[in-house]
Design a protein around this ligand. Sequence first.
Ligand code: SF4
Ligand code: SF4
Length: 165
Amino acid sequence: MDTALLNSANSLLENVTPLRDDCGQYCDRACCRDNGEAGSCVWLLPGEDANAMEWAQSHEALMPVTKTKCAGVYCLSPCDRALRPFMCRIFPLSPYFSEKKNSWSVRMDRRAAALCPLFSYGKKGLRSEFVSACEQAVQLLASDADYLSCLEALEAEEAAYRMEL
Ligand code: SF4
Ligand code: SF4
């Protein structure tokens, strides 16, 4: 596992947000609150659990669909933005392998449907720089076998939820 790749992927997403202004003002930061739904737990990529996320309760669990052992966090208070997990950085997008492009890409996370006001606008409603940075970041991660396995598991989890709707 090349953690430098994760740092580079995170850097791509450091200063780019889904909208030009703070989208959290439209929903009272719905994706950061525990709503008892599928989106409440943030799954961590390999190595992210080494970061001290003092604002969150961490746990190790099996992902519901793939049964992949994975660390996750439940946030109890606002985070240190510089240390937020990768999956928070790309939300409301989620990684998937695009057969059409024959490469890793991002799509709207169906688990965001119930909570994120941006969901109904789709990818086109998001800032293009954000979408592009997310895509670059997942492609970077996919070049490492450990991150690739995690991306595949995350894709399967989201895809299962997608089929349920
Ligand atoms: S739920 Fe959607 S609109 Fe609200 S803060 Fe999260 S990403 Fe932004
Ligand atoms: S780590 Fe930060 S961005 Fe992610 S859910 Fe928790 S409070 Fe929200």
